[in-house]
Write a protein that binds this ligand. Structure first.
Ligand SMILES: *[C@@H]1O[C@H](CO)[C@@H](O)[C@H](O)[C@H]1NC(C)=O
Ligand SMILES: *[C@@H]1O[C@H](CO)[C@@H](O)[C@H](O)[C@H]1NC(C)=O
Ligand SMILES: *[C@@H]1O[C@H](CO)[C@@H](O)[C@H](O)[C@H]1NC(C)=O
Ligand SMILES: *[C@@H]1O[C@H](CO)[C@@H](O)[C@H](O)[C@H]1NC(C)=O
Ligand SMILES: *[C@@H]1O[C@H](CO)[C@@H](O)[C@H](O)[C@H]1NC(C)=O
Ligand SMILES: *[C@@H]1O[C@H](CO)[C@@H](O)[C@H](O)[C@H]1NC(C)=O
Ligand SMILES: *[C@@H]1O[C@H](CO)[C@@H](O)[C@H](O)[C@H]1NC(C)=O
Length: 498
């Protein structure tokens, strides 16, 4: 799985699932910061943690005990070795000299002295060696003789200052510190790398790293000459009701019958789940779906997964028309419920699988950031989406915050954090130059981003028929519009970085 992109989707939805009970051993285990898992994690690291005070944190993670890489990745890209950067834990206090090691990968194949530094920003998940070559920075490196670096975000993957993820230790996890990490890293690497002293710098990111790319260029224009931000949310919000609006518009766009089936099928499922016999019926129908063992799943979690599978347009992108062949096809299955089930059995395998992590705390770290900075709860509060549900998504998520980090992580803290992020980083009214924002029409995240150009110096590319991060990570069988858009984006970046 890539370092960027889909993870945001996954994590956010998982947070809304409040998933202490999600039991799928294979692909869901450890992603959710439930209380139980926190305890488990603490148990796992018990031996190390007693010595893990602030000042002792700066030890290079032990290669042996942390060897988590997927073998194939190493086989293919053996030459890219993990690098470690000694980073301040607290940039905002010059009296605090404690440090930790931040992981990065660098790719110098095309680098020539004077070529640009192209920094691919890590986000809410562990980075991998192969992802260095996935992003647009690598393609630009070929053309501009640049050096590509992918820097892991603090607290994710192997770049955690602490192994204990309880709230005291999470204190240094925030956008402000993360941006300062980038600043100190760029300054240092430029000073110490021959041929890079006077180079231009481009920052790149998709999803949350795209937000960081934007904010970095805004706050440190003297350290970055240009930014490429794909699918970047810039507006923090507690109730992200537009998410399901955009996600269901994809079906409504095919036919009203299609979205109608989702509405009725979901209603029917909800009704069934309210009685023991009905529950059994739903479990039997969905026994073979791809979202985990349904036997012990709570009704709320089942419904959460259904919403999740319906709302995901990443795998495969453009599945809307195909899916509506099932959902809107009255000749195959008679009832909306049957058609929804058929769709779920078909689609859930690709949506719910494909994400594994060896870093169980990544989910917890992201949960901390959503609890204190972003919100992003995908709710059913809009009337322009098919899930008739009275659930209180934001409140449920805040409960999870409290479970994971303590009583103080309440609604008031969340609101204040969100307001601060929007105040300090300007939300979608941010005035920036040489920031390229790229969004996809099928990706609900564009609603929180810069998707309408209001400033010539901050161009926006909005790509029809594409989903989250599609412009950032190339795949096979792309629509022509996407390839064209990417070429255009590359040209803009070339101009800024030449
Ligand atoms: C993690 O930190 C918390 C708060 O300081 C502490 O109560 C807990 O014992 C720590 N966990 C471990 C495994 O040391
Ligand atoms: C803490 O570190 C000291 C010095 O490295 C070591 O002697 C001691 O055994 C460690 N304690 C624990 C609980 O790991
Ligand atoms: C950190 O500060 C302390 C106290 O001033 C000092 O003794 C120590 O050498 C410093 N450590 C580093 C790595 O600079
Ligand atoms: C709606 O359908 C048109 C025509 O097929 C397509 O070009 C467009 O991308 C679709 N929009 C959405 C949001 O699905
Ligand atoms: C699902 O969970 C139930 C109860 O925990 C167990 O009996 C069953 O074997 C599991 N099914 C699969 C396919 O793992
Ligand atoms: C409905 O399903 C049948 C059988 O799978 C298929 O032949 C037919 O083309 C479908 N109709 C539509 C409108 O997609
Ligand atoms: C939503 O569900 C409630 C209770 O199940 C029902 O009373 C209401 O009519 C439904 N609303 C719509 C728009 O279907």
């Amino acid at each position: 799985m890539k370092y960027s992109g889909f993870l945001t989707n996954l994590l956010i939805l998982i947070v809304t699932l409040k998933a202490a009970t999600i039991p799928n051993e294979d692909n869901r285990e450890n992603k959710i910061g439930s209380e139980e898992e926190v305890l488990e994690e603490d148990h796992w690291i018990e031996e190390d943690i007693n010595n893990n005070t602030l000042n002792q944190a700066a030890t290079i993670p032990n290669e042996d005990s942390r060897e988590n890489e997927i073998e194939g990745v190493w086989e293919e890209y053996k030459e890219l070795e993990e690098q470690w950067f000694e980073q301040y834990i607290n940039h905002l206090d010059v009296l605090d000299n404690s440090t930790f090691y931040q992981r990065y990968f660098e790719e110098n194949t095309y680098f020539k002295p004077g070529g640009p530094l192209l920094l691919e920003i890590g986000g809410e998940g562990a980075i991998t060696a192969d992802s260095v070559r996935d992003g647009p920075s690598y393609k630009l490196a070929k053309k501009l003789h640049g050096k590509v670096v992918l820097l892991e975000h603090r607290y994710y993957g192997k770049s955690s200052p602490f192994e204990n993820f309880t709230s005291e230790y999470m204190y240094y996890l925030n956008v402000e510190q993360a941006l300062e990490d980038l600043a100190y890293f760029i300054q240092t690497i430029k000073r110490t790398t021959p041929g890079l002293e006077h180079s231009k710098v481009g920052v790149f990111g998709c999803s949350y790293p795209g937000s960081l790319a934007t904010w970095f260029r805004y706050k440190f224009p003297h350290l970055a000459d240009a930014a490429w931000a794909s699918s970047a949310p810039l507006r923090a919000v507690a109730d992200f009701q537009e998410y399901l609006e955009v996600a269901s518009a994809v079906y409504a766009n095919v036919s009203s019958l299609c979205v109608d089936t989702i509405r009725k099928g979901y209603d029917e499922t909800k009704k069934l789940l309210s009685t023991p016999e009905g529950k059994e019926k739903v479990r039997t129908k969905l026994e073979n779906w791809g979202c985990g063992n349904i036997t012990d799943m709570e009704p709320n979690d089942i419904l959460g997964y259904i919403r999740y599978v319906v709302a995901d347009h990443n795998v495969p992108p453009n599945h809307g028309i195909e899916s509506c062949r099932i959902l809107a096809n009255e000749t195959v299955r008679t009832s909306p419920l049957e058609r929804l089930v058929e769709f779920l059995l078909h689609q859930s395998v690709s949506v719910c699988s494909g994400y594994e992590t060896d870093f169980p705390n990544d989910g917890l770290a992201w949960n901390y950031q959503t609890c204190t900075e972003f919100g992003y709860t995908v709710t059913t509060t809009s009337s322009k989406q098919p899930f008739n549900d009275s659930r209180k998504g934001v409140e449920e998520d805040v409960e999870t915050c409290i479970e994971n980090f303590g009583e103080k992580f309440n609604m008031e803290a969340l609101q204040r954090g969100i307001e601060r992020i929007n105040r300090v980083y300007g939300s979608v009214n941010l005035k920036v130059t040489k920031v390229l924002s790229v969004h996809g029409e099928l990706d609900p995240w564009y609603k929180l981003g810069l998707y309408e150009q209001n400033n010539e110096e901050a161009p926006v590319i909005f790509i029809p028929g594409t989903s989250h991060c599609a412009a950032h990570i190339e795949s096979e069988d792309e629509p022509i519009a996407l390839t064209k858009a990417r070429n255009k984006a590359e040209k803009i970046m070339m101009k800024w970085l030449q």
